[in-house]
Design a protein around this ligand. Structure first.
Ligand code: PMP
Length: 454
């Protein structure tokens, strides 16, 4: 497929050669990379986008799940234009009304987020959440799960994509750094947990309870692997008993897996939640929320914030107001885009999920017809296509054991038929994926699956 790909995408290649002159690997984010080189996209509309050679694709990447209304939705566009007209600007740098409107709208679906702060990405939201947990508990380690991504934060950028190993899952997975430039101290201090294994989690957390501020988890692993029955409830009970806070990272899942997120589906109340992606309508945004007594730590009304209030040298570090700031926090235009996105979703979400479910069933039917083992995992408007004979996918290692090379080969063959997701990535549907687009995708699969995989 690489030869056909290269023939069809000469402008993308030429672009990447130019880009490499000014940025490492020609990328602004490593995740955009795939071999031999990624497509450079020029223009988009609804569920489709067009590369520099003018090839058309139905886009299932959807800005890594952010664009749940599709590209350029008129309601979001109008809301932003109207806001610029009314506000006369796009940045105040002061408190403003939409900050409260958005907080109330989020709370309608996430009542656990009693108090809310804004940031500019999921990464930033998780950084604030972990610091809040440390300030609240006076303890300074965070336990995380193998295979879970929470952004580019040193202490959490460990064992996100560890190499394949059978060693020590239930005993406690090894900590493996995911990046260069991280000190061995970070890795030595990491505490890694096995997803969907409550018993092992209980044992590991008990061992480290005196140093652990919090456990952070993607409650639906990678946005697609469901927690086993009562796993989240048990984790809630264990952490509560041990005096460890529980942080749900719902950056991928909030308003995509369900409007109420994974916590709404399983009826579990974390101490802190982070969300992002959909709620920012496709713009840089992150939100932290949770119990008022924890969130209150960041209030400048508490006293010694370095930018506000009085500074008192006698105060202990954990009694200081927790530092949280950012030039763009609560950006008016981004809030307008996010609110407009939620407006539409409120009436469209249910039918989007129904369409996604039907689409998954049809995909499974096609693979079955061609005699190729395949399973979809996921929930709501996001799922993954796994080439595997396994019936159960319970965690990262099960996922890792699937045939990713064939999946990537298939994805590249699908490019030619006008179907795009980054090879190997999840499928994120949007309200713009109409019957025609879904049908076209199914027909493409029907043709390409036997060609690429048999
Ligand atoms: N947490 C999760 C669960 C994510 O999926 C991501 C991004 N894919 C992040 C955090 C980081 O978000 P951002 O890229 O906005 O920093």
């Amino acid at each position: 497929p690489d030869e056909v790909y290269t023939e069809r995408t000469t402008e993308s290649l030429a672009h990447m050669e130019r880009a490499r002159e000014v940025m490492p690997g020609g990328m602004t984010a490593n995740i955009k990379h795939f071999t031999p080189y990624p497509l450079a996209i020029q223009r988009a509309e609804g569920c489709r986008f067009y590369d520099m050679d003018g090839n058309e694709y139905i886009d299932y990447l959807m800005g890594y799940g952010s664009l749940i209304l599709g590209h350029g939705h008129p309601h979001v566009r109008e809301a932003m234009m109207r806001q610029i007209e009314e506000d006369g600007t796009w940045l105040f740098g002061t408190p403003h009304e939409r900050e409260v409107t958005m907080a109330r709208r989020i709370q309608k679906y996430f009542p656990s987020m009693e108090q809310i702060r804004y940031a500019n990405s999921g990464t930033e939201a998780n950084l604030l959440a972990t610091r809040l947990a440390m300030a609240r508990t006076g303890k300074y380690k965070i336990a995380k799960f193998e295979g879970h991504y929470h952004g580019a934060i040193d202490s959490l950028l460990v064992s996100v994509h560890p190499p394949q190993t059978d060693a020590g899952f239930h005993e406690g997975p090894h900590a493996v750094p995911d990046s260069g430039g991280m000190s061995s101290e970070v890795v030595d201090n990491a505490i890694i947990l096995p997803f969907n294994d409550a018993k092992s989690c209980a044992r590991i957390l008990e061992q480290h309870k005196d140093e652990l501020a919090a456990v952070i988890i993607e409650p639906m692993e990678g946005g697609v692997i469901a927690p086993k029955s009562h796993f989240l409830q048990k984790l809630r009970q264990i952490t509560e008993k041990l005096g460890i806070l529980l942080i749900f990272d719902e950056v991928k899942t909030a308003f995509r897996t369900a409007m109420e997120g994974v916590q709404g589906i399983y009826n579990v109340t974390p101490d802190l939640t982070t969300i992002g992606k959909v709620v920012g309508g496709g713009f840089p945004f992150g939100v932290v929320g949770g119990k008022a007594e924890i969130m209150e730590r960041s209030s400048p009304l508490r006293g010694s914030d370095i930018f506000a209030g009085e500074s008192s040298p006698e105060q202990q570090p954990c009694e200081k107001a927790l530092f949280h700031s950012g030039t763009y926090n609560g950006h008016p235009l981004i809030l307008a885009a996010g609110l407009a996105t939620l407006d539409i979703l409120e009436s469209e979400f249910e039918s989007l999920v129904m369409r996604t479910d039907r689409f998954r069933e049809e995909l499974s039917r096609i693979f079955k017809k061609h005699g190729i083992p395949m399973k979809t995992v996921g929930s709501g408007a996001m799922f993954s296509v796994l080439l595997t004979e396994r019936n159960e996918i319970n965690h990262y290692r099960d996922m890792q054991a699937c045939d990713h090379d064939s999946r990537k080969k298939l994805d590249k063959s699908l490019f030619e038929a006008g179907v795009y997701t980054k090879p190997g990535n999840r499928y994120s549907l949007s309200v713009a994926h109409d019957d025609q687009a879904l049908m076209q995708t199914l027909q493409a699969y029907d043709r390409v699956v036997p060609e690429a995989l048999l």
